[in-house]
Design a binder for this molecule. Structure first.
Ligand SMILES: [Mn+2]
Length: 353
């Protein structure tokens, strides 16, 4: 192949064939993914389920929390046998011995799979992981982890290609959902040339990109937009414009009739401001409990290291923490510490005029 592969490409050491060999003799497979599934979790799982179906293998899907309204179409479109463990373990899965293997997509750690470990205590069949996250545990029979991949959907796509599964419009659409979700429609830094080449093949296979764009980006409830407007009105700038701070309190939720998930992506809005290096969103959950603090960075400051100081964690550019106290008290503690972490303002404008 003439492609120039980036140095971090680990396809040579990743056991695609081992996963194919484990799945090929199966009659029925249970596929699951991480709690609070996102578009990659659902798209990669459904893409795999459809691929297994094409290989004559029945596959059923287990989700550990309710399907998000935004992404439910990928399950509904494809007549997937779906078990929801959000409100208790599904009766249909009391006996797991009818499955010949378990596949976990888009995570490799038990803490992302609450309640599953106990249920698998007597499950002696292969437990397979297909993922792109760095953090992994050692319980799987075989793991297919490609950390250079932008989405688990990229790994599933390559697995199906190596297995000789044709890209149907349905499989292509599920994988396209996976990839566009995890790359922010090809905007994030994890987007690589292979991502675009795969997207081109998926579109050629018949993805209705306009429909998926509208489902992902033009499909919000008015309550959410109202809440986000209130959040934006709370915007403060600190540290010479380098730190953006927003807050959403109990009254905001009550008056807009929005929920905590409606704050999703609000934190990215202040990153549009040229001078902003880091963005903080503080959320006071309507049901009570600690204040949730989300952090984003354009790269100049490592917000994961900052969050760890308060018992939180995450990635260098996206992290979070929780602190007990009032919004005002948490605001003062976090803003003071982050202004300090940003260091003195040298007054240089980071972007060209
Ligand atoms: Mn993912």
């Amino acid at each position: 192949m003439s492609d120039v592969r980036p140095a971090q490409s680990d396809t040579a050491v990743v056991p695609y064939q081992q996963i194919i060999d484990a799945l090929a003799p199966c009659k029925r497979v249970l596929v699951t993914t991480h709690v609070r599934p996102d578009g990659d979790a659902l798209g990669s799982s459904v893409g795999l389920i459809l691929g297994l179906r094409a290989r004559g293998i029945e596959a059923e899907f287990l989700t550990l929390s309710r399907l998000p309204r935004k992404y439910a179409f990928v399950v509904a479109d494809n007549g997937v046998t779906h078990h929801d463990a959000d409100a208790g373990w599904p009766a249909a899965l009391t006996d797991l011995s009818r499955f010949d293997a378990l596949v976990v997509c888009d995570t490799g750690t038990w803490n992302q799979l609450p309640g599953l470990k106990e249920r698998l205590a007597d499950f002696a069949k292969p437990k397979l992981v297909i993922d792109h996250h760095l953090t992994q545990e050692d319980w799987a029979s075989a793991k297919l982890v490609v950390t250079a991949a932008a989405a688990a959907g990229e790994v599933v796509a390559e697995l199906l290609e190596r297995w000789g599964v044709p890209l149907t419009p349905a499989i292509a659409s599920a994988l396209f959902l996976a990839i566009t979700s995890d790359t922010g429609w090809f905007q994030y830094a994890n987007t690589r040339p292979q991502t675009h080449r795969l997207a081109a093949r998926l579109i050629e296979a018949g993805v209705d990109t306009d429909r998926i764009y509208q489902l992902l980006y033009q499909n919000e409830r008015a309550e959410r937009v109202a809440l986000q407007a209130r959040g934006q009105q709370s915007l403060e700038l600190h540290a010479g414009g380098r730190l953006a701070v927003m807050r959403v309190g109990r009254a905001d939720f009550a008056e807009t009739r929005a929920d905590v998930p409606d704050t999703e992506s609000l934190i990215n809005v202040p990153l549009q401001i040229r001078t902003v290096q880091a963005s903080i969103l503080m959320t006071e959950p309507p049901e009570g409990g600690p204040i949730r603090v989300s952090l984003r960075s354009k790269g100049q400051v490592d917000v994961a290291r900052f969050a760890e100081r308060f018992g939180g964690g995450g990635h260098a550019r996206a992290a979070g923490l929780k602190l007990a106290g009032t919004l005002d008290a948490v605001h003062d503690a976090v803003v003071t510490a982050l202004v300090d972490a940003l260091g003195p303002d040298v007054g240089a404008d980071p972007a060209p005029a």
